[in-house]
Design a protein around this ligand. Structure first.
Ligand SMILES: Cc1ncc(C[n+]2csc(CCOP(=O)(O)OP(=O)(O)O)c2C)c(N)n1
Ligand SMILES: [Mg+2]
Length: 350
């Protein structure tokens, strides 16, 4: 993989992790209300998938969507202001954490209802097909969303009409506190796609490069008009389901094992900013081969100075976004009322 892509993966995963760490802080300060579902541990999925997408593609996401929106290109300012419920948020402060939306980046939203993403994706894909454009729709969903009836209805329609949809399952093995084997008779999500003749595979979601490669392949098929594809990425969220969930139902050894597989490398994040060379890292017992951050360093793609610079840039971007969100005005009640209807209600009713 080329150097530039390596650095973009690392940069976006670090931006995502740091941004959400900061959102967690702001939540405890009371600046963010409602639910807040964070994504640490799953970054390689968003990064690998979305760097394989073209600007003309459409993205449909869940309530755990901050990182999808960020990697897709939405400004951190617009995301932060939306979470703060402010007027300069991407949804004018009316949606909050679960309802990020950005038409310019074809980001068709976060959706709070489990399984809500499928019909939205199918509709968008139908429109793409009718226009005969080489665009694809990427539909994210969790492992807990595959027992919704509309999962099957949507896969059937997508296959029948050869719709250009890539279904992306983020299998983090839990639906809130319920582990997948307690809610699904078939725990390998990709196997369900064969019922609709949809090609599908299961891939690790802890390695952005692998996620990227498999997504590129799947999108090739989708863009060629051959119909939908499904990818299941196995991943893990390091925090609880949302800010109100300590996640204590998970065995510590399980958490530790997945943390050791951190796509950005906890070591990279937590070590002091001055990094020793690869040999010293190895002598300190730090696995430098499996994660993209260290791989980048080992390959000489990113030296110590480069990493410091990257971290500093990310810190500055986050501080700017938080200051922007704090300074943005609250929406007024009249503005809120204005979004309840399209303004045509009287004409329509009379
Ligand atoms: C139709 C519906 N039922 C229940 C809920 C409550 N709920 C919110 S998130 C969630 C778990 C979904 O788990 P999963 O799809 O695996 O996504 P993850 O949170 O793990 O990313 C549930 C049951 C909901 N939002 N919508
Ligand atoms: Mg899940």
């Amino acid at each position: 993989m080329d150097r530039e892509l390596h650095i973009r993966f690392l940069r976006d995963m670090l931006r995502a992790r740091r941004m959400e760490e900061r959102f967690a802080q702001e939540y405890t300060r009371g600046n963010i209300g409602g639910f807040l579902h964070l994504y640490p541990g799953e970054e390689a999925v968003a990064v690998g998938v979305l760097h394989a997408a073209e600007p003309g593609d459409y993205i449909v996401s869940t309530y755990r969507e901050h990182v999808h929106a960020l990697v897709r290109g939405m400004s951190m300012r617009a995301i932060a202001a939306e979470l703060f419920g402010k007027r300069d948020g991407c949804s004018r402060g009316m949606g909050g954490s679960m309802h990020l939306f950005d038409a310019a980046h074809r980001f068709l939203g976060g959706y709070a209802i489990v399984g809500e993403t499928y019909p939205v994706a199918i509709g968008a894909a139908y429109a793409v097909m009718m226009r005969g454009l080489p665009e694809a729709v990427i539909c994210f969903f969790g492992d807990g969303a595959v027992n919704q009836g509309n999962f099957h209805e949507s896969l059937n329609m997508a296959a029948l009409w050869k719709l250009p949809v890539l279904f992306v399952c983020e299998n983090n093995h839990y639906q809130i506190g319920t582990e997948i084997h307690r809610h699904s008779a078939v725990t390998e999500v990709y196997k369900r796609a064969c019922a609709y003749n949809i090609p599908a595979e299961r891939v690790t979601g802890m390695d952005a490069e692998q996620v990227h490669t498999h997504t590129l392949d799947a999108l090739k098929r989708v863009r060629a008009g051959l119909g939908p594809a499904l990818l299941e990425f196995e991943t893990y969220r390091y925090r609880g389901h949302s800010m109100s969930d300590p996640g204590s139902y998970r065995p510590q050894p399980e958490l530790k094992a997945w943390e050791a597989d951190d796509p950005i490398a906890a070591e990279l994040r937590d070590l002091p900013m001055h990094y020793p060379d690869a040999d010293t890292l190895k002598a300190a017992g730090i696995d430098t081969t499996e994660d993209i951050g260290h791989r980048a360093i080992e390959n000489g793609h990113l030296d110590t100075h480069g990493l410091e610079k990257l971290e500093a840039e990310i810190r500055a971007e986050i501080e700017d976004a938080i200051a922007f969100a704090l300074a943005s005005p609250e929406p007024t009640l009249d503005e809120a009322k204005g979004y309840l209807t399209a303004g045509l209600i009287h004409e329509t009713l009379i």
